[in-house]
Design a protein around this ligand. Structure first.
Ligand SMILES: NC(=O)c1ccc[n+]([C@@H]2O[C@H](COP(=O)([O-])OP(=O)(O)OC[C@H]3O[C@@H](n4cnc5c(N)ncnc54)[C@H](O)[C@@H]3O)[C@@H](O)[C@H]2O)c1
Length: 246
Protein backbone atom coordinates (compact mmCIF):
# COMPACT_ATOMS: atom_id res chain seq x y z
CA UNK A 1 0.00 0.00 0.00
CA UNK A 2 1.56 3.23 -1.18
CA UNK A 3 -0.13 5.61 1.30
CA UNK A 4 0.19 3.64 4.55
CA UNK A 5 0.23 5.99 7.55
CA UNK A 6 -0.71 9.11 5.56
CA UNK A 7 -3.64 11.38 6.38
CA UNK A 8 -5.66 12.82 3.51
CA UNK A 9 -8.30 15.57 3.56
CA UNK A 10 -10.65 15.36 0.57
CA UNK A 11 -13.23 18.08 -0.11
CA UNK A 12 -16.51 17.21 -1.76
CA UNK A 13 -15.95 13.58 -0.78
CA UNK A 14 -19.64 12.86 -0.09
CA UNK A 15 -20.30 11.60 -3.63
CA UNK A 16 -19.10 10.85 -7.14
CA UNK A 17 -15.49 11.84 -7.98
CA UNK A 18 -14.61 13.01 -4.44
CA UNK A 19 -15.96 9.80 -2.93
CA UNK A 20 -14.02 7.70 -5.46
CA UNK A 21 -10.86 9.64 -4.52
CA UNK A 22 -11.47 9.08 -0.79
CA UNK A 23 -12.07 5.35 -1.36
CA UNK A 24 -8.97 5.00 -3.55
CA UNK A 25 -6.67 6.82 -1.08
CA UNK A 26 -8.12 4.73 1.77
CA UNK A 27 -7.57 1.59 -0.30
CA UNK A 28 -3.87 2.50 -0.38
CA UNK A 29 -3.77 2.81 3.41
CA UNK A 30 -4.44 6.54 3.96
CA UNK A 31 -6.65 7.74 6.81
CA UNK A 32 -9.32 10.02 5.40
CA UNK A 33 -10.90 13.25 6.51
CA UNK A 34 -14.11 13.43 4.48
CA UNK A 35 -15.03 17.10 4.02
CA UNK A 36 -18.31 18.24 2.51
CA UNK A 37 -21.14 20.72 2.92
CA UNK A 38 -23.46 17.69 2.95
CA UNK A 39 -22.66 16.11 6.33
CA UNK A 40 -25.07 13.17 6.04
CA UNK A 41 -23.53 11.88 2.82
CA UNK A 42 -20.00 12.69 4.05
CA UNK A 43 -20.69 10.52 7.10
CA UNK A 44 -21.91 7.73 4.80
CA UNK A 45 -18.59 7.86 2.88
CA UNK A 46 -16.62 7.77 6.15
CA UNK A 47 -18.73 4.86 7.39
CA UNK A 48 -18.07 2.90 4.20
CA UNK A 49 -14.31 3.40 4.60
CA UNK A 50 -14.45 2.37 8.27
CA UNK A 51 -16.52 -0.72 7.42
CA UNK A 52 -13.82 -1.77 4.96
CA UNK A 53 -11.24 -1.64 7.74
CA UNK A 54 -9.89 1.87 7.06
CA UNK A 55 -10.11 4.95 9.25
CA UNK A 56 -12.17 7.99 8.29
CA UNK A 57 -13.85 10.93 9.97
CA UNK A 58 -16.41 13.29 8.37
CA UNK A 59 -16.65 17.05 8.92
CA UNK A 60 -19.17 19.51 7.56
CA UNK A 61 -17.59 22.56 5.93
CA UNK A 62 -18.51 25.21 3.40
CA UNK A 63 -15.18 25.63 1.62
CA UNK A 64 -16.24 29.06 0.32
CA UNK A 65 -16.09 30.40 3.90
CA UNK A 66 -12.52 31.40 4.84
CA UNK A 67 -13.10 31.43 8.62
CA UNK A 68 -14.92 28.10 8.59
CA UNK A 69 -12.06 26.45 6.71
CA UNK A 70 -9.42 27.96 9.01
CA UNK A 71 -11.39 26.71 12.04
CA UNK A 72 -11.52 23.22 10.53
CA UNK A 73 -7.76 22.62 10.61
CA UNK A 74 -7.41 22.21 14.42
CA UNK A 75 -10.43 19.85 14.39
CA UNK A 76 -8.77 17.68 11.74
CA UNK A 77 -5.48 17.73 13.64
CA UNK A 78 -7.35 16.69 16.80
CA UNK A 79 -8.51 13.54 15.04
CA UNK A 80 -5.36 12.71 13.08
CA UNK A 81 -2.26 14.63 14.32
CA UNK A 82 -1.16 15.46 10.74
CA UNK A 83 -2.43 16.27 7.27
CA UNK A 84 -0.19 14.88 4.54
CA UNK A 85 -2.50 15.12 1.53
CA UNK A 86 -5.11 17.73 0.55
CA UNK A 87 -7.40 17.08 -2.40
CA UNK A 88 -9.44 20.11 -3.47
CA UNK A 89 -12.28 18.36 -5.28
CA UNK A 90 -15.50 20.14 -4.23
CA UNK A 91 -16.92 22.15 -7.09
CA UNK A 92 -20.17 23.39 -8.58
CA UNK A 93 -21.58 24.50 -11.93
CA UNK A 94 -24.11 27.27 -12.61
CA UNK A 95 -24.14 27.24 -16.41
CA UNK A 96 -25.53 30.07 -18.50
CA UNK A 97 -24.68 32.04 -21.62
CA UNK A 98 -22.72 35.20 -20.87
CA UNK A 99 -25.54 37.52 -21.94
CA UNK A 100 -27.88 35.83 -19.44
CA UNK A 101 -25.47 35.04 -16.61
CA UNK A 102 -26.48 36.56 -13.28
CA UNK A 103 -24.01 38.05 -10.84
CA UNK A 104 -24.93 35.30 -8.40
CA UNK A 105 -24.17 32.55 -10.96
CA UNK A 106 -20.72 34.07 -11.51
CA UNK A 107 -20.00 34.76 -7.83
CA UNK A 108 -21.14 31.41 -6.44
CA UNK A 109 -19.00 29.38 -8.88
CA UNK A 110 -15.93 31.52 -8.21
CA UNK A 111 -16.57 31.36 -4.44
CA UNK A 112 -16.73 27.56 -4.27
CA UNK A 113 -14.38 26.45 -7.05
CA UNK A 114 -11.61 29.05 -6.88
CA UNK A 115 -11.82 30.76 -3.50
CA UNK A 116 -12.70 27.41 -1.90
CA UNK A 117 -9.48 25.90 -3.26
CA UNK A 118 -7.51 28.93 -2.07
CA UNK A 119 -9.11 28.73 1.40
CA UNK A 120 -8.20 25.05 1.80
CA UNK A 121 -4.64 25.46 0.45
CA UNK A 122 -4.15 28.47 2.73
CA UNK A 123 -5.44 26.64 5.79
CA UNK A 124 -3.81 23.24 5.27
CA UNK A 125 -0.40 24.44 4.01
CA UNK A 126 0.54 25.51 7.57
CA UNK A 127 0.59 22.00 9.08
CA UNK A 128 2.29 20.71 5.91
CA UNK A 129 5.00 23.37 6.19
CA UNK A 130 5.50 22.39 9.85
CA UNK A 131 5.70 18.72 8.84
CA UNK A 132 8.17 19.64 6.06
CA UNK A 133 6.20 17.78 3.43
CA UNK A 134 2.85 17.25 1.81
CA UNK A 135 0.83 16.77 -1.33
CA UNK A 136 -1.86 19.05 -2.71
CA UNK A 137 -3.96 17.90 -5.67
CA UNK A 138 -6.47 20.32 -7.16
CA UNK A 139 -9.31 18.95 -9.28
CA UNK A 140 -9.62 21.37 -12.18
CA UNK A 141 -11.26 20.50 -15.52
CA UNK A 142 -10.28 20.37 -19.17
CA UNK A 143 -12.89 23.15 -19.55
CA UNK A 144 -10.38 25.38 -17.71
CA UNK A 145 -7.98 24.74 -20.63
CA UNK A 146 -10.37 24.89 -23.59
CA UNK A 147 -13.30 27.03 -22.41
CA UNK A 148 -16.90 26.01 -23.14
CA UNK A 149 -20.04 27.72 -24.34
CA UNK A 150 -22.32 28.45 -21.38
CA UNK A 151 -19.57 27.85 -18.83
CA UNK A 152 -17.60 31.11 -18.69
CA UNK A 153 -17.84 31.18 -14.89
CA UNK A 154 -16.85 27.51 -14.50
CA UNK A 155 -14.02 27.73 -17.08
CA UNK A 156 -12.64 30.89 -15.44
CA UNK A 157 -12.74 29.25 -12.01
CA UNK A 158 -10.92 26.13 -13.26
CA UNK A 159 -8.35 28.14 -15.24
CA UNK A 160 -7.83 30.16 -12.06
CA UNK A 161 -7.28 26.94 -10.15
CA UNK A 162 -4.51 26.01 -12.59
CA UNK A 163 -2.80 29.39 -12.02
CA UNK A 164 -3.18 28.88 -8.27
CA UNK A 165 -1.66 25.39 -8.59
CA UNK A 166 1.40 26.59 -10.51
CA UNK A 167 2.03 29.58 -8.23
CA UNK A 168 1.84 27.70 -4.96
CA UNK A 169 3.78 24.78 -6.46
CA UNK A 170 6.68 27.24 -6.84
CA UNK A 171 6.21 28.64 -3.32
CA UNK A 172 5.88 25.32 -1.55
CA UNK A 173 8.44 23.20 -3.45
CA UNK A 174 11.30 24.25 -1.14
CA UNK A 175 9.14 23.06 1.79
CA UNK A 176 8.82 19.55 0.36
CA UNK A 177 5.21 20.07 -0.69
CA UNK A 178 4.14 19.24 -4.26
CA UNK A 179 1.08 20.85 -5.83
CA UNK A 180 -0.51 19.48 -8.98
CA UNK A 181 -3.83 19.67 -10.78
CA UNK A 182 -5.86 16.87 -12.31
CA UNK A 183 -8.11 17.98 -15.16
CA UNK A 184 -10.93 15.50 -15.75
CA UNK A 185 -12.71 15.43 -19.09
CA UNK A 186 -16.17 13.97 -19.52
CA UNK A 187 -16.77 11.82 -16.41
CA UNK A 188 -19.90 9.70 -15.91
CA UNK A 189 -21.49 11.43 -12.90
CA UNK A 190 -24.75 13.21 -12.06
CA UNK A 191 -23.20 16.40 -13.52
CA UNK A 192 -22.87 14.80 -16.97
CA UNK A 193 -25.93 12.50 -16.74
CA UNK A 194 -28.04 15.67 -16.57
CA UNK A 195 -26.98 16.55 -20.14
CA UNK A 196 -29.31 15.57 -22.98
CA UNK A 197 -28.55 12.56 -25.25
CA UNK A 198 -27.55 14.75 -28.22
CA UNK A 199 -25.02 16.76 -26.19
CA UNK A 200 -23.62 13.55 -24.66
CA UNK A 201 -23.20 11.90 -28.08
CA UNK A 202 -21.60 15.03 -29.47
CA UNK A 203 -19.15 15.19 -26.55
CA UNK A 204 -18.37 11.48 -26.84
CA UNK A 205 -17.45 11.87 -30.51
CA UNK A 206 -14.60 14.14 -29.35
CA UNK A 207 -13.14 11.52 -26.98
CA UNK A 208 -10.54 9.35 -28.79
CA UNK A 209 -10.90 6.54 -26.20
CA UNK A 210 -14.66 6.57 -27.05
CA UNK A 211 -16.07 6.21 -23.58
CA UNK A 212 -16.92 8.44 -20.66
CA UNK A 213 -14.42 8.49 -17.84
CA UNK A 214 -15.25 6.82 -14.54
CA UNK A 215 -14.73 8.59 -11.19
CA UNK A 216 -12.17 5.82 -10.51
CA UNK A 217 -10.09 6.97 -13.52
CA UNK A 218 -9.72 10.39 -11.85
CA UNK A 219 -9.10 8.79 -8.45
CA UNK A 220 -6.22 6.70 -9.84
CA UNK A 221 -4.40 9.82 -11.09
CA UNK A 222 -4.94 11.60 -7.76
CA UNK A 223 -3.68 8.58 -5.82
CA UNK A 224 -0.50 8.49 -7.90
CA UNK A 225 0.13 12.24 -7.46
CA UNK A 226 -0.47 11.89 -3.70
CA UNK A 227 2.12 9.13 -3.37
CA UNK A 228 5.91 9.08 -3.02
CA UNK A 229 6.04 7.84 -6.61
CA UNK A 230 5.21 11.39 -7.75
CA UNK A 231 7.86 13.04 -5.54
CA UNK A 232 9.55 14.81 -8.48
CA UNK A 233 6.35 16.09 -10.11
CA UNK A 234 5.00 19.52 -9.19
CA UNK A 235 3.12 22.37 -10.87
CA UNK A 236 1.67 20.03 -13.50
CA UNK A 237 -1.79 19.56 -14.96
CA UNK A 238 -2.62 15.92 -15.65
CA UNK A 239 -5.58 15.57 -18.03
CA UNK A 240 -7.74 12.50 -17.36
CA UNK A 241 -9.97 12.82 -20.39
CA UNK A 242 -9.56 9.86 -22.74
CA UNK A 243 -7.43 12.03 -25.03
CA UNK A 244 -10.03 14.78 -25.52
CA UNK A 245 -7.50 17.58 -25.06
CA UNK A 246 -3.95 17.03 -26.27
N1 LIG B 1 -18.27 15.24 -13.49
C1 LIG B 1 -17.45 15.63 -14.46
O1 LIG B 1 -17.58 15.24 -15.63
C2 LIG B 1 -16.31 16.56 -14.13
C3 LIG B 1 -15.45 16.93 -15.18
C4 LIG B 1 -14.38 17.78 -14.91
C5 LIG B 1 -14.17 18.24 -13.62
N2 LIG B 1 -15.03 17.87 -12.64
C6 LIG B 1 -14.76 18.41 -11.29
O2 LIG B 1 -14.62 17.34 -10.38
C7 LIG B 1 -15.09 17.75 -9.09
C8 LIG B 1 -16.14 16.76 -8.60
O3 LIG B 1 -17.17 16.66 -9.57
P1 LIG B 1 -18.44 15.72 -9.36
O4 LIG B 1 -19.03 15.49 -10.68
O5 LIG B 1 -18.09 14.56 -8.50
O6 LIG B 1 -19.39 16.76 -8.55
P2 LIG B 1 -20.61 16.49 -7.54
O7 LIG B 1 -21.54 17.63 -7.68
O8 LIG B 1 -21.17 15.11 -7.74
O9 LIG B 1 -19.93 16.52 -6.11
C9 LIG B 1 -19.40 17.69 -5.58
C10 LIG B 1 -19.36 17.58 -4.07
O10 LIG B 1 -18.90 18.84 -3.56
C11 LIG B 1 -19.72 19.21 -2.46
N3 LIG B 1 -19.73 20.67 -2.33
C12 LIG B 1 -20.33 21.55 -3.16
N4 LIG B 1 -20.17 22.80 -2.70
C13 LIG B 1 -19.44 22.71 -1.55
C14 LIG B 1 -18.96 23.65 -0.61
N5 LIG B 1 -19.22 24.97 -0.75
N6 LIG B 1 -18.23 23.22 0.44
C15 LIG B 1 -18.00 21.89 0.61
N7 LIG B 1 -18.43 20.95 -0.25
C16 LIG B 1 -19.16 21.35 -1.31
C17 LIG B 1 -21.09 18.65 -2.78
O11 LIG B 1 -21.91 18.51 -1.62
C18 LIG B 1 -20.73 17.31 -3.43
O12 LIG B 1 -20.63 16.28 -2.49
C19 LIG B 1 -15.61 19.16 -9.27
O13 LIG B 1 -14.63 20.09 -8.88
C20 LIG B 1 -15.87 19.26 -10.75
O14 LIG B 1 -15.80 20.58 -11.22
C21 LIG B 1 -16.09 17.05 -12.85
Amino acid sequence: MILEGRVAAVTGAAQNIGKAIAMSLAGEGAQICVLDINLREAEATAEEINERGGRAVAHKVNIADFDEVMALVPKVLDSFDAVDILVNNAGITRDNLLARMSEDEWDSVMAVNLKGAFNCCRAFCRPMIRQRGGRIVNIASVIGLTGNTGQSNYAASKAGMIGLTKSIARELAPRGITVNAVAPGFIDTAMTQALGDTIRENLLSRVPIRRLGHPEDVAAAVTFLASDRAAYITGQVLNVDGGMVM
